[in-house]
Write a protein that binds this ligand. Structure first.
Ligand SMILES: Cc1cc2nc3c(=O)[nH]c(=O)nc-3n(C[C@H](O)[C@H](O)[C@H](O)COP(=O)(O)O)c2cc1C
Length: 184
């Protein structure tokens, strides 16, 4: 059984891209067919999301940097083109998760995770957070929240993903694959 999962992200400085790759590698190792997609072509290998990618996927992981406590504008512009999918209910019951990176620990990454969730909920997708049986969620001193995976990149964006943040990204990928497989 083929499970098609879209990992859709925006990243200016690389932190969200690193998270997207952790999630995507986890999905790939589990046997999913992964489409890594972006909203803009910033790197030569970037592939821009199409609405058909969403229609065809079994599940979605969606992440952007924290921008004043909200999703990046590039993502919002895209979601505002999807009302035809919404009218036809084409994303209803697809499982989804969200992830984000912020400069500071309390600079709005949880608010952003909730904000990223909103268009997905409007589309009828089934939001998966991070359950507390992921031990890193209790132990983390940087990113990671029940609302989704997160990373604290520091004021100059130099902090790499911590082991804890990586494990939470991996747990998110694993959960998305497990639920998408059960629903297929
Ligand atoms: C316009 C703008 C708004 C931002 N707003 C916030 C914010 O509200 N809180 C925060 O901690 N960081 C904020 N940041 C910093 C980014 O969230 C942070 O650098 C993030 O790690 C970038 O992810 P990326 O490396 O994937 O681009 C902002 C950055 C920009 C450019």
């Amino acid at each position: 059984m083929m499970i098609n999962i879209v990992v859709l992200y925006h990243s200016s400085h690389g932190s969200v891209a690193n998270m997207a790759h952790e999630i995507s590698d986890t999905l790939d190792n589990l046997g999913a067919t992964v489409k890594l997609r972006t909203f803009e072509k910033k790197q030569p290998h970037d592939i821009i999301i199409t609405k058909q990618d969403l229609v065809e996927c079994d599940a979605l992981a969606f992440g952007t940097p924290t921008r004043f406590g909200m999703m990046a504008a590039q993502a919002k512009v895209f979601w505002e083109t999807t009302s035809d999918l919404w009218l036809k209910g084409q994303l209803i019951d697809k499982p989804a998760c969200v992830f984000s990176s912020s400069s500071s620990m309390h600079g709005g990454n949880e608010a952003t995770l909730l904000n990223l969730s909103l268009p997905l909920l409007h589309h009828g997708m089934m939001l998966l957070g991070v359950p507390y049986d992921v031990p890193e969620l209790i132990d983390t001193t940087t990113g990671g929240s029940p609302y989704g995976a997160s990373h604290v990149a520091g004021a100059d964006n130099t902090s790499k993903l911590s082991n804890t943040e990586v494990k939470i990204c991996q747990s998110v990928g694993k959960r998305l694959f497990t639920i998408a497989s059960k629903l297929k």
